[in-house]
Design a protein around this ligand. Structure first.
Ligand SMILES: *Cc1c(COP(=O)(O)O)cnc(C)c1O
Length: 386
């Protein structure tokens, strides 16, 4: 894959835009057609041709082409958030009476969609520990239409064997979908392993600068057209032209950012794995991760989102997190800046630790683009307070 060609040139059509090296922001809600015949044609081909910005906008189209190329899919659609992309892909696939199998511990709002919202419309979902593909097979019903994966999943980063799950779903006519935000398209290529639909929270690594919220669905042309004429146009959760442009600008540096993050994360993992106050490190590239073989098969490098379980109590967690100077206390992840989020920040946590699926002293870190030596020194001084 010629990455710099995709990131810098693919889809830019500079010859049409006065050679502009950075693409124009098509800040227009609608596009005039030269004749009635042309209007008829534009309506018929709205998927690919600018007519109204809730449909196709040229700035967003450049982003769509790059994301499809990065994921190795025929096409892609972009949305105003990752959550919108997940919802659109799911709602395109299932209807009343259908059943979904999803990994346990997916992104929290994906769980809310599948476990709370869609059941109100007659769609059932089972959440299963999918580390073993056999547990997915066991959960399938005659009404199962969709398997929703997130590999690695949120907070504890367990993986699923993508090729094995695709192989058991396809003969049954069941669609497979994965949230690939953690690895980014550079770190993992689910479509090449047989997964049908790849979704992203582009807010994280794709845009990479903590200044835009966006999402993507990467899939076959037929699936993208079905999404387009369904939830995409009806729910209207589109990416604005200006935000599409910000996402394109962020995407230019994806390769160098991911290289830096992979390198820094390996060094941070080395510190954390040896630290007496760290009981456990959750990351596919951690030395004691139980799925080493899968890590080597599916992931090309270490991405920068990981969790640690501290050997202390919740007050100790609070002391450590408050002492960090180079990690901002914030949700989200994947930006230029390092972040920390303790599970103890969740409301109503105290006294209810047993109800939560993650350890009470779990702390999530997002490794950013700072000098790794600075991050390591900061972690060392903060961990000393546990
Ligand atoms: C953040 C996130 C989402 C949701 O994306 P938004 O852009 O915030 O809507 C979905 N999946 C994962 C894994 C995420 O981290």
């Amino acid at each position: 894959m010629d990455l710099s060609h995709i990131l810098f040139h693919l889809g830019e059509e500079r010859e049409r835009y006065a050679g502009a090296v950075a693409p124009p922001i098509f800040q227009a809600s609608n596009f005039a057609q030269p004749s009635v015949a042309a209007m008829r044609e534009a309506i018929a081909r709205e998927y690919a041709h600018p007519l109204y910005t809730r449909g196709a906008n040229p700035t967003a189209t450049i982003l769509r082409r790059k994301l499809a190329a990065l994921e190795g899919t025929e096409d892609a659609l972009v949305f105003g958030s990752g959550a919108a992309a997940v919802a659109a892909a799911v709602m395109t696939t299932v209807g009343q009476g259908d059943h979904i199998v999803c990994v346990d511990k997916p992104y929290s709002w994906t769980r809310q969609l599948l476990g709370d919202l869609l059941p109100r419309f007659g769609v059932a979902c089972d959440f299963v520990d999918a580390c073993d593909p056999a547990s997915i097979a066991a959960a399938l019903r005659s009404t199962t239409r969709l398997v929703v994966l997130e590999s690695p999943n949120s907070m504890t980063f367990e993986q699923q064997d993508l090729a094995a799950i695709a192989a058991l779903a396809h003969p049954r006519g069941i669609l497979t979908m994965i949230d690939n935000s953690w690895a980014s398209p550079l770190g993992q290529s689910p479509a090449l392993l047989g997964i049908d639909v790849v979704v992203h929270s582009g807010t994280k690594y794709l845009a990479g600068h903590s200044d835009v919220v966006f999402g993507a669905v990467c899939a076959s042309r037929a699936f993208c057209e079905a999404v387009f004429s369904g939830p995409y146009m009806t729910l209207g959760a589109i990416l604005s032209p200006h935000d599409a442009w910000l996402a394109l600008r962020g995407l230019r540096t994806l390769e160098v950012r991911m290289q830096r993050i992979a390198d820094s994360t390996r060094r941070v993992l080395g510190l954390l794995e040896a630290h007496p106050k760290v009981r456990r490190v959750f990351h596919p590239h951690a030395n004691d991760h139980p799925q080493q073989a899968l890590t080597h098969r599916q992931l090309r490098f270490a991405s920068g989102l990981l969790s640690i379980e501290l050997d202390t109590d919740i007050d100790g967690v609070e002391r450590v997190v408050d002492a960090l100077e180079r990690f901002l206390i914030a949700v989200s992840w994947g930006g230029y800046e390092s972040l920390v989020f303790p599970a103890a920040a969740w409301r109503d946590w105290r006294g209810r630790e047993h109800e939560c699926p993650v350890p009470a002293t779990l702390v999530r870190l997002s490794i950013g683009l700072e000098d790794p030596a600075v991050l390591i020194a900061d972690l060392e001084q903060a961990l000393a307070r546990a």
